[in-house]
Design a binder for this molecule. Sequence first.
Ligand code: GLA
Length: 725
Amino acid sequence: MIKTKAVFIVMIACFINSKLLAQFIHIKTQHNSLIFQVDSNNKLYQTHYGKYINQTQGLEKMTVVFNEAYPSFGNGSSDEVAVMATHSDGTMVTDLFYVSHEQNKQANLQSTVIHLKDEKKDFYVDLHFNAYTAEDVIEQWTTISHKENKEVVLSQYASSAVGFLATNYYLSHFHGSHSKEMMFAEEHLTNGVKTIETKRGVRTTEYENPSFMLSLNGKAKENEGEVIAGALAWTGNFRFAFQLDDKNRCQIISGINPFASDYKLKAKEKLETPRMVLTYSDEGKNRASINLHRWIKKYNLRAGDQARSIVLNSWEGAYFSFDATRLKAMMDGAAEMGVETFVLDDGWFGNKYPRNNARAGLGDWQVNQKKLPAGIEDLIQYAESKGMRFGIWLEPEMVNLRSELAEKHPEWIIQRKNDRSPLLERNQLLLDLSNPKVQEFVFNVIDELLTSHPRIAYVKWDANRHVQNFGSTYLEQDKQSHLFVEYTKGLEKVLERLVKKYSRTIFQACASGGGRVDLASMRYTHEFWASDNTDPYERLFTQWGTNHIYPPIATAAHVTKSPNHQTGRQTSLKFRFDVAMGGRLGMELRPEDMDEEEVKFAKEAIATYKSIRPIIQFGDLYRLLSPYDQNGYAALNYVSENKKEAILITYSLNHHRRYERCFVKMAGLNPDAVYEVEEINKESNKSVIGFDKQLVSGEILMDRGIWVDLRKPLQSAVFQLTETN
Ligand code: GLA
């Protein structure tokens, strides 16, 4: 009796509690708060995402403008939804209610799970959040499951839904195409739905990147204004919908693109969606980038605390035409200049169908006996004898029709079926990674190569086509719509196994250049090839966009020949170095084509990069002058975490008038410190600031600014700042 009474009292208390006191779920970092409220009907609303809120008194009255935390189809709203399901009885209504939640805090990480359940069905959604205190980053994802008596079909299954209320919104996103990736675009959001997405399945970031910045209440500046930045950790089809309504609310729904991807879920199966990574800054776009960069280096990129080596890649220097003698000559030159890793690109494999051009050989990963009769080991030993490590190119998801693999396993190829002709792209087709046998094959390709040549230190993993031939011989008839999702999961499974087994091998993600620049690939790789376009002028634009979200340490940037192979533009070796030095420096040319003076300059530039590498790769990047602003200048500065050292790089893009100067205010320095400013990587003794090795305070450098005398097109200057007091 006493027991029953006690339970009853608790129930009453809960009832009073839920009626009178709002229940908040506060997801917090050092400067950000994401707050949910459970209302008296047990509906879950997001009431705030933005600046950290300490005192929540009165917040419960502010919910009226907000949407449900995870809006579902059939709950009465006509907005974009996060989840849409056809239940086992054919009904399509889902209405989610709060059940319970758990929160945990350990060191830098606060984790939260909120459990939701449909009002009538045994259909469950768990909302997961990981909040990283110091970096102000929140990861959000969901798990969806049910206990209905037949399959449930999911036709929308987003990772995250967040809402804002502001007077206006500006959306920055990164679009492009082959050789022009990550072009920065900023636009005013007007009423309606703006979507950013891909439907290409593979090489998904070539046209749009799964990332954005949204500024609230006006256009954000680099160091002022409110900004949300987001990126999805998924290397398959994605979709972000920004819906602006007539109440000026902006809701962002992000996740896997449900296009052609209805997902059938059996009872008790769980669908876990990819992680959406978000940060909020009230100090402009640059702070949002720094939050992401710091978080990526610590939690999302492989070995984000280890310096990247300087690479010479054989592609633009040799393309498909090489033999061991030519490669060794390249290694000689590379080693002389101080390069640390030599990477053999495409063209080293295939015997029945030799890979002498892009029309044959993909899939047959055996060393070409004609080109390299002494095998790979001979090259590895040679590289090592020169003090370098050896790396190799692979494109293991792909197959040419002219290959032994295509002859042996036509069923492994993604295909349109019913004898429809295959749609080729770069003469190649895609292996069906939804098939575990194909996953095994792809794993074995790399595993066998790395076990038979354990001293291969670096793998460049390329992917040069999209899906298009939609159809899998492995997936059941009624599961064809799983192909996009299962392909991506299959790829991740293979990469996961490789990371575990080859924890020390460096992996580069490449997909015709910047087609795999995303947070999911980054979990398995150390760097990405940002673009096949190596023209330094064009690279400034790509790297500017790329480094809004992804850090310079992972941005592979190579010095190539002039005139540039993609654009024909002529540039000085110094300009090429000064652009590539802004990321993970490398080279991609035949050293024999360089004259003595060029070799001397390259040698010094490489030595300089080695000495400033920790600042570039582990420091914070501040964007100072945008190449997109059409002032004809660009400038970046990198500041070490303790602010004792910095690198300023300035570029002139156009011709400037006689008295014009590149006038630049630095950022991120210690205002009270005094820095020695020294121009480095110089081509001549002529100074472009007129006060070389001068002592200047951080305050002057940031608030007053300095001028740099760059007036010719495609000139650049690099400065090293060292704290003196
Ligand atoms: C893609 C890559 C290049 C190079 C070639 C080789 O285009 O982006 O860097 O590896 O393939 O075929």
